[in-house]
Design a protein around this ligand. Structure first.
Ligand code: GDP
Length: 471
């Protein structure tokens, strides 16, 4: 239409180049570009930028380039149970208190900051990939770097693999901490070898993942780990505008019998001062007091700092985004609007991607990849399924398997699917009861089969936009 050409002319042109298309075919951007060039036409890619809630309500103040300053990296520790996540968080907290004051940090406020060579690092105090992905599913991206902890005497375990998929799905860089190297059965080389399979390869082995061998319990090489975090952060060039109004994310919250609603918030951007008015999802308030991770009352906090805030009207939820606002009168109105919009959204519940919607949207050329999470009854069938599905990628659409593991479909899988807009495929496995409930709530699609061929056939159809609706 735009070229004012007859479709058959285009089809003929493509045919002469050895490409078979029909009037219903969808061209890739590259193909369209090549074709347009033949007619001296320029084509441009339309970028679809989703407006965040803050932008929509003009709550979010734009960064000023000249105000951008380096900010502390925000770290989450992940890994298999008992591999030492809590021990590592405790050791770092005790031995690296900012300013080096005695007594240590007394206040637990969802995250804490330590200082090394005058540079700060923020650690999220709830370890594990579940909490991490739950926040992501709610739209709150907090982590800059993930520390994957693997016990040297135990090696790679199911939750290690899950943690890797969750961090990768969020595109968060991973630093590997091989823990418990003090133990007699410790075999760090085995851990390195096992992790190669998941693409985590140390520089000395030709990869680009940093590895640090530590003992969380005996405080060994923790300095080196902090050093590595700072180096990685430097490469990421993390910056924030410290001068604008704050944007923060609620990490934890509670109703204190004396203080009223209290929330632990990680300031992501800008600064927050006592006396400022804010909105936070379905609630709002005025900052009555700010308490830092050392239990001190402060007047002002900045980007990457965790802080306890008093002054909420009602208790917010973890994952809610807080915005400091200028106009006190507006706060209530904004919250009313938020609640209204949420109700509307609930009514028109936009489901997450399903194979059928994928197949449909593919035609409109909105989607370039189909994200899948695979679960099968054994390691062998996981590999077989992975292989067959990976082969289905074609020039236009790619199959992207963000997680593949043996075992039942869990709540964690649903969360990952929700946060990453993926579909879950089960082979000879079923979801747990909790997972079924979570999937229904989140609108995540689960497809289970007992024949590999049925899975590949279904996916292949979806990838070619040919999947027929099921009734
Ligand atoms: P989490 O489940 O990953 O949070 O693991 P924990 O931090 O609770 O640690 C599990 C167990 O391993 C505890 O008994 C710790 O004392 C022990 N542990 C943690 N780090 C080390 C270490 O570096 N060396 C040794 N020997 N034990 C450790």
């Amino acid at each position: 239409e735009q070229l004012k050409l007859n479709p058959t002319d285009l089809i003929k042109k493509l045919f002469l180049k050895g490409k078979m298309f029909t009037i219903n075919s969808v061209l890739s951007y590259e193909q369209a570009e090549e074709l347009a060039l033949e007619y001296d036409a320029l084509i441009e890619k339309e970028e679809v930028v989703e407006e965040s809630f803050g932008e929509k309500f003009s709550l979010e103040e734009k960064d000023k380039e000249e105000n951008l300053e380096e900010r502390a990296p925000i770290i989450t520790i992940m890994g298999h149970v008992d591999h030492g996540k809590t021990s590592l968080l405790d050791t770092i907290r005790k031995t690296n208190v900012a300013g080096g004051e005695a007594g240590g940090i007394t206040q637990k406020i969802g995250a804490y900051q330590v200082e090394r060579h005058g540079k700060k690092i923020t650690f999220i105090d709830t370890p594990g990939h579940e909490a991490f992905t739950e926040m992501r599913a709610r739209g709150a991206e907090v982590t800059d770097i993930a520390i994957l902890i693997v016990a040297a005497d135990d090696g790679v375990k199911p939750q290690t693999i899950e943690a890797i998929s969750h961090a990768k799905a969020a595109e968060v860089p991973i630093i590997v901490a091989i823990n418990k190297i003090d133990k007699p059965g410790a075999d760090p080389t085995r851990v390195r070898t096992e992790l190669m399979e998941y693409g985590l390869i140390a520089p000395e082995w030709g990869g680009d993942t940093e590895f640090v061998e530590i003992s969380a319990k005996f405080n060994k090489n923790i300095d080196m780990l902090l050093e590595t975090i700072l180096l990685t952060a430097e490469i990421l060039e993390l910056k924030a505008d410290f001068k604008k109004r704050a944007k923060g994310i609620v990490l934890e919250s509670r109703l204190d019998p004396k203080l009223g609603p209290v929330a632990d918030v990680l300031i992501k951007e800008g600064n927050l001062k006592v006396g400022e008015v804010f909105v936070c999802d379905e609630t709002f308030g005025k900052v009555r007091a700010l308490i830092n991770d050392k239990g001190e009352r402060v007047n002002k906090v900045y980007a990457s700092q965790p802080v306890e805030i008093l002054g909420f009207d009602t208790v917010p939820n973890a994952g809610d985004v807080l915005y400091a606002i200028k106009n006190e009168k507006q706060a209530k109105k904004i919250v009313e609007e938020v609640i209204k919009q949420k109700k509307l959204k609930e009514q028109n519940r936009t489901k997450h991607v399903s194979l059928e919607s994928f197949s449909k949207q593919l035609e409109a050329e909105k989607l370039k990849e189909l994200k899948l999470i695979l679960r099968a009854d054994s390691g062998g069938s996981v590999e077989a399924l992975k292989d067959s599905l990976n082969k289905l990628s074609n020039d236009e659409v790619a199959v992207n398997i963000i997680q593949a593991a043996a075992g039942a479909i869990t709540e964690g899988d649903i969360m990952l699917a929700e946060a990453s807009d993926a579909i879950i495929i089960g082979f000879h496995v079923r979801p747990t009861t909790k997972a079924i409930k979570a999937a229904e709530k989140a609108g995540v699609e689960i497809r289970t089969h007992n024949v590999i061929y049925h899975i590949t056939e279904e996916i292949e159809k979806a990838l070619t936009g040919m999947l027929e609706p099921e009734f």
